[in-house]
Design a protein around this ligand. Structure first.
Ligand SMILES: [Zn+2]
Length: 490
C-alpha cells in the first residue's frame, strides 16, 4: 500500500531543535509513517509534495495563546491560523473561555461563553467541523462571571468557591489542559491570590497548567511574576506566563529581569514557561484601558483604533489624530465612542513595548510563541492575528539571526506540545499525528501590517492537519480536519 501523502526530499526540522535532517516524510492513515531515513513505501504516494531539497518540513505550529474559542464556530476555516502553518491552537486564554455558559452573548469581544461545559462545546464545534486542532483552558473570568457576577468586587464565599472548584474539576475531567486567568480584567482583578490557588489546585490535581495574563505587565511586572510562581507552587500546576512583556517606556528592560527571576524559580523546583508575540504593540478592548476620565494625551498619541464598530472611519488611525481631525479633545472622542453599545466593542492597539524586550523573549529557551490574535475580521485586527509565526522566521531567524531555524521550530512545536499536553504531536516521529507544515526558509514572511492587517503570509506551501491537506500549493483546501483535543490523550 502506498502512503497517503509524502513530502519528498525536504529539509526535516523534526521539532526537537536538533540539526536539520534531509529526506522524505510519509503520512498514512492520519499518522506519520516515516520521517527521514528510508521511506517505508518507496512507490509514489497518493499525494506527492516536492520538498525541492531546500524546503523545510516541520511539525505543524502550535499557537499557545489564542482567543479563537468562538472562531471555531464563527470562522471554522481558521484561515488566519492555517495560512501561518498553525495546526493546533490553545483556546480559553486570559481568563475567558467558551464555557461555562453565562447566558450572555457578548461578554468580551475575545470570547463568548455560550456553552455550559467543555463537552457541549466539543459536541457543537465537532459537529460543524473546523480546520485546526484545539486544546481548551477554562477561563477564571468566565467562571467567576457565571458564579458570582461580572461586577462583584468581593472575594468568593465558601459556597461559591466550592462551586467554582467543581467546575474546574469537571473541565479537567472533560479534557481541559488547565485554568487561565486575566487579572487586569473584571472580575479577575478583584480576586485574591488565595482564591486563585484554590481553583488552580483543582487543575493541579489533574496535572494541569495555570496560564496567566498577570495583574500587571509594567511597573509591577516582577511582583506579578512572583505571584504566578507562588500560585504554581501552592496549587501543583505547571505555570505558563502569557504574552510576557514590559509595557511603558519606564519599564523597558524588565523582561530580562523577569526571565532571570523565572530561571531562579525553575532552578529551585518550579516549572514555569512563557509565551510572547513578536510585535512592540499590544491590543485589547479599549474600555479596559481608558475612559473619557482617564485617557491622557500620551495614551492617545500611542494608541490606534483597530476595530471600531460605530465609527469604522477611525480604524487604523491614532486616537490623537482622529481627535484633532474632529476638532475635539481625546477625552471627548473616547466618550463619543464609548457612549454607544457597539462602541464598547472597540479594540485599540497600543505601542508600548521595546524591541530589546522582544529579543530577550526570543532568546530564552522556555519562551514559546502565542499570537494573542483577536479574531475580529470586520475591523483592522492587530497584525499578529495573521503574521506572528512567519514573522519569527522572517525577522528573528533570517533578518536578525538571533535564533536558529530548528530552535524556532522547537519553540512552536515540541515545547508547547509537551507543556499543553498535546500528546502525539509536536515531533516528526513515526506514529505521531500527521500535523505538518512545509515552508521555504528563504521566503517565509509576514505581510500583515497595522494598516493592512488581514494579509496572509508568504512562503508556506503546504499545511497538513491530521493527515489532510489544509493548504496545498499555497492555497486553502477548505479541509475541516481539526479535533478538539483532550489533555495528554493521544
Ligand atoms: Zn491577555
Amino acid at each position: 500500500m502506498a502512503a497517503d501523502l509524502v513530502v519528498r526530499d525536504a529539509l526535516i526540522a523534526d521539532g526537537s531543535g536538533g540539526p536539520l535532517g534531509q529526506g522524505d516524510v510519509a503520512v498514512k492513515d492520519g499518522l506519520i509513517e516515516s520521517a527521514g531515513g528510508e521511506p517505508v513505501h518507496a512507490g509514489p504516494a497518493t499525494i506527492e509534495i516536492d520538498g525541492r531539497g531546500d524546503l523545510i518540513c516541520a511539525p505543524g505550529f502550535i499557537d499557545v495563546h489564542t482567543h479563537d474559542d468562538a472562531a471555531l464556530v464563527r470562522y471554522p476555516g481558521l484561515e488566519f491560523k492555517i495560512a501561518q502553518g498553525c495546526t493546533s491552537l490553545v483556546v480559553g486564554n486570559c481568563g475567558f473561555s467558551a464555557f461555562p455558559g453565562i447566558g450572555e452573548d457578548d461578554i468580551e469581544t475575545i470570547a463568548s461563553a455560550d456553552w455550559p461545559d467543555l463537552e457541549t462545546y466539543r459536541a457543537e464545534v465537532t459537529a460543524g467541523g473546523f480546520a485546526c486542532n484545539a486544546m481548551a483552558l477554562i477561563g477564571h473570568n468566565t467562571l467567576r462571571i457565571a458564579t458570582i457576577g461580572r461586577t462583584e468586587s468581593r472575594a468568593a464565599t465558601v459556597a461559591e468557591l466550592a462551586s467554582m472548584r467543581g467546575e474546574v474539576r469537571r473541565a479537567m475531567e472533560q479534557g481541559a489542559c488547565g485554568l487561565s486567568t486575566g487579572l487586569i480584567y473584571q472580575p479577575g482583578k478583584w480576586t485574591p491570590t488565595e482564591e486563585i490557588i484554590e481553583l488552580a489546585t483543582a487543575a493541579g490535581e489533574a496535572g494541569g497548567v495555570y496560564a496567566t495574563h498577570m495583574r500587571d505587565e509594567g511597573e509591577r511586572l516582577l511582583e506579578s511574576v512572583a505571584e504566578a510562581i507562588a500560585i504554581g507552587r501552592s496549587s501543583g500546576c505547571l505555570v505558563q506566563i502569557s504574552h510576557h512583556k514590559a509595557g511603558g517606556e519606564e519599564n523597558w528592560g524588565k523582561v530580562a529581569d523577569s526571565l532571570a527571576a523565572i530561571d531562579r524559580a525553575n532552578a529551585d523546583g518550579a516549572d514555569v514557561t512563557l509565551d510572547f508575540y513578536p510585535y512592540t504593540a499590544s491590543s485589547g478592548p479599549m474600555a479596559e484601558y481608558v475612559t473619557a476620565e482617564t485617557v491622557t494625551q500620551d495614551w492617545a498619541e500611542h494608541n490606534l483604533f483597530a476595530t471600531c464598530p460605530p465609527f469604522p472611519q477611525y480604524q487604523g488611525r491614532y486616537v490623537s489624530e482622529v481627535a484633532a481631525a474632529e476638532g475635539i479633545s481625546s477625552a471627548e472622542l473616547v466618550r463619543r465612542v464609548q457612549a454607544t453599545a457597539a462602541g464598547r466593542r472597540t479594540i485599540s492597539i497600543g505601542f508600548g513595548m521595546s524591541e530589546g524586550d522582544l529579543l530577550s523573549n526570543i532568546g530564552h529557551p522556555r519562551v514559546m510563541i502565542g499570537s494573542d490574535g483577536v479574531p475580529e475580521l470586520d475591523g483592522l485586527p492587530h497584525p499578529r492575528l495573521f503574521g506572528t509565526f512567519p514573522r519569527i522566521f522572517a525577522r528573528y531567524v533570517r533578518e536578525l539571526g538571533v535564533i536558529p531555524v530548528a530552535e524556532a521550530v522547537r519553540r512552536m512545536t515540541s515545547l508547547p506540545a509537551d507543556r499543553f499536553g498535546l500528546a502525539g504531536r509536536g515531533r516528526l516521529i513515526p506514529g505521531n499525528h500527521a500535523d505538518l507544515v512545509v515552508f521555504d526558509p528563504a521566503q517565509i514572511r509576514d505581510l500583515a501590517t497595522y494598516q493592512d492587517p488581514k494579509r496572509e503570509p508568504a512562503g508556506i506551501g503546504a499545511v497538513v492537519v491530521n493527515g489532510e491537506l489544509a493548504v496545498h500549493n499555497g492555497l486553502h483546501t477548505e479541509a475541516r480536519a481539526g479535533q478538539l483535543l483532550r489533555y495528554r490523550c493521544s
